[in-house]
Design a protein around this ligand. Structure first.
Ligand code: FES
Length: 205
């Protein structure tokens, strides 16, 4: 009579449980071991940042009436803290604007949360790509109102492109009869905190 090699059922179950436990344990360790580089691979490298990863900006140091420039995707992005007077002025210049309601190329130029007169999430903070929509020069900030070289007597404050004279108001809206066809682009952005902006990610609805 041959000797049975079968183990009692309880022993089989216990061995199996041990094996499963060891396998799962090993798998878990391997999982941890591989999880770190996997997660790290999602952290944006310097190259990825240059290619388009979001940029976080502390805006607490921008005083009313001032502009801060940061770089995102190799482009200058302006952040302007508008004064109450600047915001009020946006309602007055609309008859002179080519696209006061930012309807042209809205999907490309004006995110849904900026489709308002201020073209911003909060009226006091305006964010725009500082590149002229004509041929790509960078306009100059000309915030002082009134007559001055290269600008009309009733200049409400805004931006002047030095290349071919396009002008934009303080919401980046282009004035009529200028070479630039469109308003300045408002990039995707959202607030991480009251004084912290993330450029390159959209505000959730
Ligand atoms: S590039 Fe700005 S007006 Fe031509």
């Amino acid at each position: 009579m041959s000797e049975s090699l079968a183990l009692p059922t309880d022993s089989v179950d216990k061995s199996r449980r041990d094996w499963i436990a060891i396998t799962c344990g090993a798998g878990a360790v391997a999982g941890v071991a591989t999880a770190v580089p996997f997660v790290e691979s999602f952290a944006p490298s310097e190259r990825a940042k240059a290619a388009g990863a979001p940029v976080d900006v502390d805006i607490s140091d921008i005083k009313p009436g001032e502009l801060k420039t940061v770089e995102w995707r190799g482009q200058p992005v302006w952040i302007i803290r508008r004064t109450p007077e600047m915001i009020a002025g946006l309602a007055k210049d609309e008859a002179q604007l080519a696209d006061p309601e930012s309807r042209r190329n809205a999907d490309d130029l004006t995110p849904p949360y900026a489709r308002n007169r201020d073209r911003s999430i909060k009226p006091e903070v305006f964010v725009a790509v500082g590149i002229c929509t004509h041929l790509g020069c960078s306009p100059n900030a000309r915030f002082a109102t009134g007559a001055q070289p290269s600008l009309p007597e009733d200049w409400p404050g805004g931006f002047l492109c030095p290349c071919h004279g396009s002008t934009f108001d303080l919401a980046g809206r282009v004035f009529k009869n200028k070479p630039a066809p469109d308003n300045l682009r408002v990039p995707p952005h959202r607030y991480l905190a009251d004084n912290k902006l993330r450029i390159g990610e959209d505000q959730k609805a």
